[in-house]
Design a protein around this ligand. Sequence first.
Ligand code: NI
Length: 176
Amino acid sequence: MIRPVLRMGDARLLRIARPVTDVFAPDIRALLTDMRDTMAHLNGAGLAAPQIGVDLRVVIFGSGEVNPRYPEAPIVPPTVLINPQIDFIGDEMEDGWEGCLSVPGLRGMVPRYQRLRYRGLGEHGEAIDRIVEGFHARVVQHECDHLDGVLYPMRMRDFTRFGFVEELNLASMPDE
Ligand code: NI
């Protein structure tokens, strides 16, 4: 079921989400379906459970194929990540444009760690353990931030590079 996405200013986006205790619980199954439906409907690159008002540590991101609306976006494998944990590798940061379904119409330049390891549970309870960099690492940081009540503008340092997508001429990138 497609669910409404909360927008910045809604206090529910600022909560520290709770860990999932039973990956196989029916409400988690339903949550994953709703998150997938909602992300696909909005052509998003990622979605976190708090964005649809669910206070749990669940994110989804990636796409298995090129999104026709965003043909230049790098491919990230479709991933369900439950109770994620991030360990940054090195301290190298990289600037990149980000958008967010909870901050519609806007894009901002956000510094993120370039390389990291992330771990968590997949949708079937399997362990996920990956070392990634670049855009993939950026998406993971963006989505996992949602679980700690952090929206990308809160990570920005240069507000001269924050604006409406039409004015910035950045239409070829997805919201996350
Ligand atoms: Ni977002």
